[in-house]
Design a protein around this ligand. Structure first.
Ligand code: FAD
Length: 325
């Protein structure tokens, strides 16, 4: 029986997030090199439509880990349910999307199982038969290849945008519902407080279009130019660190090594120089458009479309043209 790679998929209000598919793509790439099989588990309650969508991918099996206690996320219910599941299934490798939720429960799960977790991996390789995951270190200045210590299952989280979710191989997989042994001890959920917290934290990881501003925007009032472009494209606003440090945009809009990692279909960088600490947070984007008055700005090295010029001339004109479409 070949070894199993288990992908832990994530959804919000029944909709699977994009990085779950990216994580399946990572698992399929590893499986191609090893001959291991890929299975997926979706923890939650009454999620048959989302599970059916996962079953359209080239994986061996999709499990719906079902419990009313998993309807609203709490770390302790997730740790217990996933702990039970992993003990029964005994996969070799467990891959998680690197989301807020996973950052909350996966380290606790690793601790409860006494297993190794490699977080925020951007790739993998095999060296002398050993599976290594790549992690960025020191604000993205170095990449380290990290191996697992100790017993299986090995746990790893996959960085947003590191693999192509739209290149998951299609297929047809059987679906099995597994019921969790109750009761799961669960933190008390106060719906009002949870709702407020979710509203405050912006998860740019799910955004399809991002318009990001840098120091080239000069003054807070000029943000309106970028906002108009973001509105015309139905996108979200983001920023480089100096903009958030100035308090012109909230910290949860910061992209980079000390902010969020994003991989939208379209990333428009306005007046951003392209420091490595910024690049590590957005280089996985589908198409990168950079507008900068300095033709030597490092952002142009990774841009798919580069416009050398003054953003105060270009952006309003671009917004007007987009509005006409
Ligand atoms: P600048 O580097 O000052 O670039 C401004 C750009 O705007 C220039 O290229 C200029 O040519 C252009 N410009 C000016 N006027 C115009 C105009 N009218 N039209 C068009 N272009 C114009 N940074 C992050 O972004 N995210 C992080 O998470 C992050 N983490 C960090 C962590 C550490 C430990 C450290 C030390 C730094 C970190 N930084 C981070 C900061 C990072 O090193 C850079 O200083 C920052 O990204 C620069 O921001 P910027 O590109 O907006 O500004």
């Amino acid at each position: 029986m070949p070894d199993t790679i288990l992908v832990v998929a994530e959804q919000r209000e029944g909709k699977l997030n994009r990085v779950s598919f990216e994580t399946i793509a990572a698992a399929q790439s590893i499986a191609h090199e090893t001959g291991w099989i890929v299975e997926v588990v979706l923890p939650g309650h009454e999620l048959s439509a989302a599970a059916a969508e996962l079953a359209t991918k080239a994986v061996k099996k999709v499990y719906l880990l079902e419990s009313p206690s998993l309807e609203t996320y709490t770390y302790d219910a997730y740790v217990q349910a996933m702990g039970q599941f992993l003990k029964e299934k005994q996969p070799k490798l467990v891959l998680f999307p690197h989301t807020y939720q996973v950052r909350d429960f996966a380290p606790r799960l690793a601790l409860a199982l006494d297993r190794t977790l490699i977080s925020d991996s951007t790739g993998f390789k095999f060296e002398s038969g050993r599976l290594l995951f790549t992690r960025q270190m020191f604000q993205g200045k170095f990449a380290a290849d990290v191996s697992f210590a100790g017993e299986e299952p090995w746990l790893a989280t996959i960085q947003n945008g590191a693999f192509r979710g739209d290149q998951v191989e299609p297929g047809s997989a059987p679906l099995e519902t597994m019921t969790v042994a109750e009761p799961l001890a669960s933190s008390r959920v106060v719906p009002h407080e949870v709702f407020q917290e979710a509203k405050q934290a912006v998860d740019l990881g799910q955004a399809e279009v991002i318009v990001a501003v840098g120091r080239g925007i000069r003054e807070q009032k000029n943000l309106a130019i970028a906002e108009a472009l973001a509105d015309a494209l139905g996108g979200d606003m983001a920023a480089s660190r100096p903009i958030c440090d100035n308090g012109w945009l909230p910290l949860d809009r910061q992209i980079g090594s000390s902010g969020q990692t994003v991989a939208p279909k379209l990333y428009i960088a306005l007046g951003i120089s392209g420091a490595i600490q910024h690049i590590v947070g957005m280089k996985g984007s589908g198409t990168i458009v950079a507008i900068n008055k300095d033709a030597e700005a490092p952002i142009f090295e990774i841009a798919d479309v580069g416009v050398v010029g003054n953003l105060f001339d270009i952006v309003p004109a671009l917004t007007e043209e987009i509005k006409k479409v």
